[in-house]
Design a protein around this ligand. Structure first.
Ligand code: HEC
Length: 162
Protein backbone atom coordinates (compact mmCIF):
# COMPACT_ATOMS: atom_id res chain seq x y z
CA UNK A 1 0.00 0.00 0.00
CA UNK A 2 1.20 3.49 -0.71
CA UNK A 3 2.05 5.64 2.29
CA UNK A 4 -0.44 8.29 1.17
CA UNK A 5 -3.25 5.80 1.21
CA UNK A 6 -2.37 4.56 4.69
CA UNK A 7 -2.28 8.12 5.96
CA UNK A 8 -5.67 8.81 4.46
CA UNK A 9 -7.16 5.78 6.21
CA UNK A 10 -5.61 6.79 9.52
CA UNK A 11 -7.06 10.29 9.24
CA UNK A 12 -10.51 8.95 8.41
CA UNK A 13 -10.42 6.51 11.33
CA UNK A 14 -9.37 9.29 13.70
CA UNK A 15 -12.07 11.60 12.41
CA UNK A 16 -14.81 9.00 12.72
CA UNK A 17 -13.54 8.11 16.18
CA UNK A 18 -13.63 11.77 17.20
CA UNK A 19 -17.21 12.10 15.97
CA UNK A 20 -18.29 8.87 17.67
CA UNK A 21 -16.94 9.84 21.09
CA UNK A 22 -19.10 12.95 20.96
CA UNK A 23 -22.02 10.57 21.54
CA UNK A 24 -20.59 9.37 24.86
CA UNK A 25 -22.37 11.25 27.63
CA UNK A 26 -20.20 12.94 30.25
CA UNK A 27 -22.57 12.47 33.12
CA UNK A 28 -25.07 15.10 34.01
CA UNK A 29 -25.06 18.32 32.06
CA UNK A 30 -22.52 21.00 32.91
CA UNK A 31 -24.57 22.67 35.56
CA UNK A 32 -24.22 25.34 38.21
CA UNK A 33 -26.38 24.48 41.22
CA UNK A 34 -27.61 27.32 43.41
CA UNK A 35 -25.11 28.90 45.79
CA UNK A 36 -25.84 27.50 49.26
CA UNK A 37 -23.34 29.14 51.62
CA UNK A 38 -20.04 30.91 51.19
CA UNK A 39 -17.39 31.09 53.89
CA UNK A 40 -17.05 34.18 56.02
CA UNK A 41 -14.35 35.74 53.79
CA UNK A 42 -11.67 37.65 55.66
CA UNK A 43 -11.51 40.21 52.83
CA UNK A 44 -12.87 40.87 49.32
CA UNK A 45 -9.29 40.46 48.01
CA UNK A 46 -9.13 36.86 49.21
CA UNK A 47 -12.42 36.08 47.52
CA UNK A 48 -11.28 37.75 44.30
CA UNK A 49 -8.08 35.68 44.21
CA UNK A 50 -10.00 32.49 44.92
CA UNK A 51 -12.52 33.39 42.25
CA UNK A 52 -9.69 33.88 39.77
CA UNK A 53 -7.79 30.68 40.56
CA UNK A 54 -10.20 28.25 42.21
CA UNK A 55 -13.88 28.93 41.51
CA UNK A 56 -14.10 27.10 38.18
CA UNK A 57 -13.62 23.77 39.97
CA UNK A 58 -14.48 24.62 43.57
CA UNK A 59 -17.72 26.59 43.38
CA UNK A 60 -21.16 26.53 41.82
CA UNK A 61 -20.17 29.50 39.66
CA UNK A 62 -18.16 27.50 37.14
CA UNK A 63 -17.54 29.18 33.79
CA UNK A 64 -18.06 26.47 31.17
CA UNK A 65 -16.12 27.35 27.99
CA UNK A 66 -17.34 26.05 24.62
CA UNK A 67 -14.66 23.37 24.41
CA UNK A 68 -15.91 21.93 27.68
CA UNK A 69 -18.72 20.49 25.53
CA UNK A 70 -16.36 18.70 23.15
CA UNK A 71 -15.19 15.18 24.00
CA UNK A 72 -12.74 14.14 25.30
CA UNK A 73 -12.16 17.52 26.98
CA UNK A 74 -15.75 17.48 28.25
CA UNK A 75 -15.08 14.31 30.26
CA UNK A 76 -11.92 15.72 31.84
CA UNK A 77 -13.53 19.04 32.73
CA UNK A 78 -16.62 17.38 34.18
CA UNK A 79 -14.41 15.06 36.20
CA UNK A 80 -12.32 17.95 37.59
CA UNK A 81 -15.37 19.98 38.57
CA UNK A 82 -17.26 17.03 40.09
CA UNK A 83 -14.25 16.01 42.13
CA UNK A 84 -13.19 19.55 42.98
CA UNK A 85 -16.64 20.48 44.32
CA UNK A 86 -16.69 17.28 46.33
CA UNK A 87 -13.55 18.27 48.25
CA UNK A 88 -14.04 22.03 48.52
CA UNK A 89 -17.02 24.04 47.37
CA UNK A 90 -16.83 27.75 48.12
CA UNK A 91 -20.54 27.92 47.22
CA UNK A 92 -21.45 25.13 49.66
CA UNK A 93 -19.00 25.85 52.42
CA UNK A 94 -20.91 24.01 55.11
CA UNK A 95 -20.42 20.74 53.23
CA UNK A 96 -16.79 21.23 52.25
CA UNK A 97 -14.47 18.65 53.75
CA UNK A 98 -10.86 19.60 53.26
CA UNK A 99 -10.85 23.24 54.38
CA UNK A 100 -7.85 22.73 56.68
CA UNK A 101 -5.79 21.90 53.60
CA UNK A 102 -6.62 25.10 51.77
CA UNK A 103 -3.74 27.44 52.53
CA UNK A 104 -1.23 24.58 52.58
CA UNK A 105 -2.21 23.46 49.10
CA UNK A 106 -1.84 27.03 47.83
CA UNK A 107 1.51 27.51 49.56
CA UNK A 108 2.85 24.35 48.01
CA UNK A 109 1.61 25.45 44.59
CA UNK A 110 -0.44 22.25 44.19
CA UNK A 111 -3.58 24.06 43.15
CA UNK A 112 -4.76 24.91 40.58
CA UNK A 113 -3.68 21.70 38.80
CA UNK A 114 -1.23 22.15 35.93
CA UNK A 115 -3.69 21.14 33.19
CA UNK A 116 -5.75 24.22 34.02
CA UNK A 117 -3.14 26.83 33.07
CA UNK A 118 -2.87 26.53 29.27
CA UNK A 119 -6.51 27.60 28.94
CA UNK A 120 -6.57 29.85 32.02
CA UNK A 121 -3.36 31.91 32.15
CA UNK A 122 -5.17 34.44 34.36
CA UNK A 123 -5.24 31.81 37.12
CA UNK A 124 -1.48 31.89 37.42
CA UNK A 125 -0.66 33.73 40.64
CA UNK A 126 2.49 35.69 41.35
CA UNK A 127 4.43 34.72 44.48
CA UNK A 128 2.92 37.70 46.30
CA UNK A 129 -0.61 36.79 45.19
CA UNK A 130 -0.11 33.18 46.21
CA UNK A 131 1.08 34.24 49.66
CA UNK A 132 -1.88 36.63 50.00
CA UNK A 133 -4.33 33.91 48.99
CA UNK A 134 -2.80 31.35 51.37
CA UNK A 135 -2.91 33.80 54.30
CA UNK A 136 -6.39 34.98 53.36
CA UNK A 137 -7.71 31.43 53.14
CA UNK A 138 -6.23 30.56 56.53
CA UNK A 139 -7.89 33.62 58.07
CA UNK A 140 -11.15 32.82 56.28
CA UNK A 141 -11.19 29.23 57.53
CA UNK A 142 -10.44 30.41 61.07
CA UNK A 143 -13.48 32.67 61.16
CA UNK A 144 -15.92 30.51 59.21
CA UNK A 145 -18.37 28.11 60.80
CA UNK A 146 -17.22 24.52 61.18
CA UNK A 147 -18.01 22.45 58.15
CA UNK A 148 -19.73 19.09 58.13
CA UNK A 149 -17.78 17.64 55.24
CA UNK A 150 -16.67 14.04 55.22
CA UNK A 151 -13.31 14.63 56.89
CA UNK A 152 -14.81 16.53 59.79
CA UNK A 153 -18.36 15.25 60.08
CA UNK A 154 -19.92 13.48 63.02
CA UNK A 155 -22.00 11.71 60.39
CA UNK A 156 -19.15 9.60 59.17
CA UNK A 157 -20.51 6.35 60.58
CA UNK A 158 -23.91 6.83 59.03
CA UNK A 159 -22.41 7.37 55.60
CA UNK A 160 -20.30 4.26 55.73
CA UNK A 161 -22.94 1.90 54.44
CA UNK A 162 -23.96 4.04 51.48
C1 HEC B 1 -9.11 22.67 37.11
C2 HEC B 1 -9.86 22.46 38.31
C3 HEC B 1 -9.33 22.94 39.65
C4 HEC B 1 -8.94 24.21 40.01
C5 HEC B 1 -8.93 25.46 39.15
C6 HEC B 1 -8.59 24.15 41.40
N1 HEC B 1 -8.75 22.87 41.87
FE1 HEC B 1 -8.48 22.20 43.81
N2 HEC B 1 -9.00 20.30 43.26
C7 HEC B 1 -9.37 19.91 41.99
C8 HEC B 1 -9.60 18.48 41.99
C9 HEC B 1 -10.00 17.67 40.77
C10 HEC B 1 -9.35 18.02 43.31
C11 HEC B 1 -9.45 16.61 43.87
C12 HEC B 1 -8.37 15.70 43.41
C13 HEC B 1 -6.99 16.18 43.77
O1 HEC B 1 -6.69 16.33 44.97
O2 HEC B 1 -6.20 16.41 42.85
C14 HEC B 1 -8.98 19.19 44.08
C15 HEC B 1 -8.66 19.16 45.44
C16 HEC B 1 -8.42 20.27 46.21
C17 HEC B 1 -8.21 20.23 47.64
C18 HEC B 1 -8.27 19.01 48.51
C19 HEC B 1 -6.93 18.62 49.03
C20 HEC B 1 -6.15 17.78 48.07
O3 HEC B 1 -5.35 18.31 47.26
O4 HEC B 1 -6.35 16.58 48.09
C21 HEC B 1 -7.98 21.52 48.03
C22 HEC B 1 -7.71 22.01 49.44
C23 HEC B 1 -8.05 22.35 46.84
N3 HEC B 1 -8.31 21.57 45.75
C24 HEC B 1 -7.86 23.72 46.81
C25 HEC B 1 -7.85 24.51 45.66
C26 HEC B 1 -7.55 25.93 45.66
C27 HEC B 1 -7.26 26.75 46.92
C28 HEC B 1 -7.61 26.35 44.36
C29 HEC B 1 -7.30 27.73 43.83
C30 HEC B 1 -6.03 28.28 44.18
C31 HEC B 1 -7.95 25.19 43.54
N4 HEC B 1 -8.06 24.10 44.37
C32 HEC B 1 -8.12 25.22 42.16
C33 HEC B 1 -9.53 20.75 40.89
C34 HEC B 1 -9.21 22.10 40.84
Amino acid sequence: MRIGRILKIVVIVLLVGFLLIQLVPYGRAHDNPAVVSEPNWDSPETRALAERACFDCHSNETVWPWYSNVAPVSWLVQHDVDEGRQFINFSDWINSGEVDELSEVVNRGEMPPFQYFPTHPEAKLTDAERAALADGLAATVAQSPATTGREHGEHEEHEEGE
